[in-house]
Ligand binder design. Structure first.
Ligand code: 5GP
Ligand code: ZN
Length: 116
């Protein structure tokens, strides 16, 4: 997708600190981390948001979830715990219109459901 910053990261056109990649997904450090571990996980396929998931994406979304768990183990935050966030749309606070999970951990994240 032309002009999508995350598509450009996935293709290598824009640099990022990639921590995991395979044929379906890419994971890289957030440029503005809010926790010691703050990784963004994206499908290589340009899916704009959670609203745009169709049945054909089910395996891909499952793979993305699997990769998040794998990274939590790799970063050693699996036992203490972590948070997975997916913002959707304007009210959900989504800024980059390419579906992504935030994987956050490495410090206590509090119990609030709404991160202000
Ligand atoms: P959203 O609000 O869409 O859920 O989150 C977008 C995230 O992408 C933000 O946490 C922001 O810091 C991160 N981000 C925006 N632009 C870039 C970039 O060019 N590189 C990286 N690594 N992260 C970015
Ligand atoms: Zn994209």
């Amino acid at each position: 997708m032309k002009d999508c910053i995350f598509c450009k990261i996935a293709s290598g056109e824009i640099p990022a600190q990639v921590v995991y990649e395979d044929e379906q997904v890419v994971a890289f450090n957030d440029i503005n981390p809010v926790a010691p571990v703050h990784i963004l996980l994206i499908p290589r396929l340009h899916i704009p948001s959670f609203n745009d998931i169709i049945p054909e994406h089910k395996e891909l979304i499952g793979h993305l979830a699997w990769a998040a768990g794998k990274l939590a183990r790799l970063k050693n935050i699996n036992e203490k715990g972590y948070r997975l966030i997916m913002n959707c749309g304007r009210d959900g606070g989504q800024e980059i219109i390419h579906l992504h999970f935030h994987l956050l951990g490495g410090r206590p994240l509090g119990s609030s459901l709404v991160a202000d």
